[in-house]
Write a protein that binds this ligand. Sequence first.
Ligand SMILES: Nc1ncnc2c1ncn2[C@@H]1O[C@H](COP(=O)(O)OP(=O)(O)OP(=O)(O)O)[C@@H](O)[C@H]1O
Length: 272
Amino acid sequence: MSDVATLERPKPVDGPDVAISCSVQKIFYGAFLAVRDSNVPIEKGKITGFIGPSGCGKSTVLRSLNRMNDLIKGFRLEGQVNFLGQDIYGAGVDPVVVRRHIGMVFQQPNPFSMSIFDNVAFGLRLNRFKGDAAEKVEHALRRAALWDEVKDKLKASGLSLSGGQQQRLCIARAVATEPTVLLMDEPCSALDPIATRRIEELMLELKKDYTIALVTHNMQQARRVADVTAFFSVDISQGGRTGHLVEIGDTNELFDSPREEMTKKYLRGEFS
Ligand SMILES: Nc1ncnc2c1ncn2[C@@H]1O[C@H](COP(=O)(O)OP(=O)(O)OP(=O)(O)O)[C@@H](O)[C@H]1O
């Protein structure tokens, strides 16, 4: 019998401390069952890290939290994702509005080919912001710990910045619209160790104002920054490759005394 078969189905978690209650029964890409049975509460004011082997569905689940997967042909979610009690997949819910409240930072820094200022102001314009854009842009750049480095060259192209600066620019762009939650999909994987540390410090700073969900390949990074860690794995027992949540809990507890045998094996490096 596989480890998977012995696991109980986790129960959906909701409540006043939960910003996003994610209750996935199944996620398909076309006919392919990519993720099953994964209930992942994203707690307010905390960093929740998603770890697990390649292909276990970390990014798929993360992108489901703000309907980013809607853009992928064949994507289908069975289950429910509630943001502050509202079903984000409910009839009449505008995904653009969802993404204003639940922003995203991607693996590769992806500034637009426009000035530093315009990169940050982009989301404001998209959301028809009528107030003082300069003030908002400065505030966002300060929140992303980039202001001092770019304040004298706001008209320079965002693409002229270093990789680490570009990623902080993308974080500034994401926070400019004042979201409640930030989804970060391996935000440091393209960065050197110094730029990575900088982003990690920034995440710890940002969690004072934002709830964060973070996909990371780097278990040490999860240990350093995540308050809560969700471990996903891949079920190959039925001939497929379906990802699923194995366990979620306090980061130190998950790393030091995991409940599930599969988590123990992964942490011991027995599979990757
Ligand atoms: N756009 C897509 N179309 C079809 N299948 C996809 C798509 N995106 C992901 N998948 C598949 O869904 C499964 C989960 O992928 P996902 O990227 O979510 O995993 P992951 O845990 O984030 O992987 P990694 O750590 O390698 O980035 C994989 O089998 C992957 O091949």
